[in-house]
Design a protein around this ligand. Sequence first.
Ligand code: FAD
Length: 444
Amino acid sequence: MKSPTRISRRAFLASASVLAAPAVISPAFAQTAADADVAIIGAGAAGIAAARRVAAAGRSHVLLEAAPRAGGRARTDEVFGMPFDLGANRFTASAALMAAIADTGVETTDVPSSRRLYIGDREAKESQYEAFAAAIGRTERAIAATADAGRDIAARAALPESGEWGATVAAVLGPLGCGRDLANVSTVDLARRDVLPDDASTALGVGSLLERIASLLNVRTKARVTSVNNLGRLSTITLDGGAVVRARSVVLAVPAAVLAAGAIRFNPGLPGRFTNALVAYPAGLMEHVGFLLPGNPLGLSPNELVHVKSGSYPPAALYGRINGTDLHVAAFGGAQASEIAGKGETAAAALTSGFLREAFGATIGANVTKFVASRWSADPLIRGAMAVGVPGEGALRRQFADPVGRMILAGEYVSPDKWGTLAGAWATGQVAGEKAIAMVGGPV
Ligand SMILES: Cc1cc2nc3c(=O)[nH]c(=O)nc-3n(C[C@H](O)[C@H](O)[C@H](O)COP(=O)(O)OP(=O)(O)OC[C@H]3O[C@@H](n4cnc5c(N)ncnc54)[C@H](O)[C@@H]3O)c2cc1C
């Protein structure tokens, strides 16, 4: 347990000053006046980080979120009577993120950096752990060497021979790592991904934690943006229902898949270089299935991550004993995640029971009660877990770093090396906030 962080007077005053000058949303606002220096669209990790950066520079902001609450792909559900994270349930404790958390007074917990490995309902022996780790390392090096040689091909075609570990390595790096089979993943995009281990979480739930951080900002929930007009001196952002917000600069922090689906209209339209890149980065799919397994039959420490050697059942990973409770979470990717999002809890229960039975033995599966599943890819505001480059297009991710007119992009998909993570999204939000401040003429 990390020591509790209290709200300092300085932090309190900083957040109070954010709230002291709220931006206004009013259809009757004078045509020439800006409602905010910077409007941020989307209150996930990236949008929240951008808003914090703008507020810290003394510029006014409004953070527009379509959903009833902030957090985006970090969302905490209380359906089990305890926090269950439907999306991100841990994160890399970067200094910037930890500073934001400190302002809320929420305690964080360390999560075990080690992983356990099960083979045919038994825990792996030391030598098997080593063989698995060596196969992962060998595969990552082979993918990096292929990318370094300028060959942007399907990552599956670059896999070295890993014998009995081949299927498990392909599952951990593919569907379970980025939500997509490696046959549809660019070697270049995967090789550039350099993610630090997730080492922190919170008993409050990561989604609730982001909501707390957002609550110190000028956030408007249930504010779905339908169009952004950048033709005039100010950007005019229209919300569902007709209200408008005028801003001097815009940070666009909605998922790439939402932009690709055309859910927001832009005038002028998004440039071809950008829409082409969006097409080359479709969403990888991941879903979480929460369930109660009393009595700790697997002998797990709180928040342990368990991998299972691939066999006849679809691959999944297990987050055990969330915060020391009976709540466990099975994580599915790719085809199984698609089935869960499409068919809901019946499919989630069948897949999870099958996985538990085959991975840990018949008696474990029989003791499980209550399944609750996320459905990220069926959510029109999200549409998937993370944007992953298709073979041949790994170089296009850098397109997302350039501003589009007056709009600066932020989100996990914008990060060249930490895409698909909370910390990556946060970092892009900070950079976008700084660019927006520079655009409106303020000190960064
Ligand atoms: C199942 C799952 C597990 C994961 N586990 C982890 C993990 O353990 N660790 C980790 O680091 N990462 C994890 N991730 C990834 C992480 O959750 C994301 O990378 C990160 O949360 C993305 O943040 P973002 O700000 O880019 O986008 P989002 O969080 O998706 O935020 C975008 C926001 O835009 C809003 N929006 C959409 N359209 C509009 C509109 N028209 N108007 C206004 N608002 C709009 C959405 O409602 C949303 O709130 C996981 C993801 C999934 C799906």
